[in-house]
Ligand binder design. Structure first.
Ligand SMILES: N[C@@H](CCC(=O)N[C@@H](CS)C(=O)NCC(=O)O)C(=O)O
Length: 91
């Protein structure tokens, strides 16, 4: 299974939303709380080249924040549906 890492702060509603989303999808993740950890925050910024929390990584690849994850998921779903059930013409 892919390793999912999420950098968060305690005061961030997007972080809460991202974690709730992952839990709802039954995706296990490792949380790195950077609220009082400037070194980990700097690590997050270096690896993602982003400055907001959350930042989410899948197998070390930065995928962005909460909005990015939702967008990615909707594209995946659309593609999967398109692949598994080709559109048929209505009669
Ligand atoms: N569109 C971003 C928004 C993230 C965002 O605005 N995060 C806020 C906290 S909720 C932030 O990082 N603000 C700067 C800071 O806390 O230093 C996402 O969906 O992840």
């Amino acid at each position: 299974m892919a390793r999912v890492v999420i950098y968060t702060t305690s005061y961030c509603p997007y972080c809460t939303g991202a974690k709730a989303f992952l839990r709802a999808k039954k995706v296990q993740f490792e949380e790195i709380d950077v609220t009082d950890d400037p070194a980990k925050r700097a690590e997050m910024e270096r690896l993602s080249q982003r400055w907001t929390v959350p930042q989410i990584f899948i197998d070390g690849q930065p995928i962005g924040g909460y909005d990015d994850m939702r967008e990615l998921e909707s594209k995946w779903t659309t593609r999967s549906v398109a692949r598994s059930r080709p559109l048929t013409r209505r009669r």
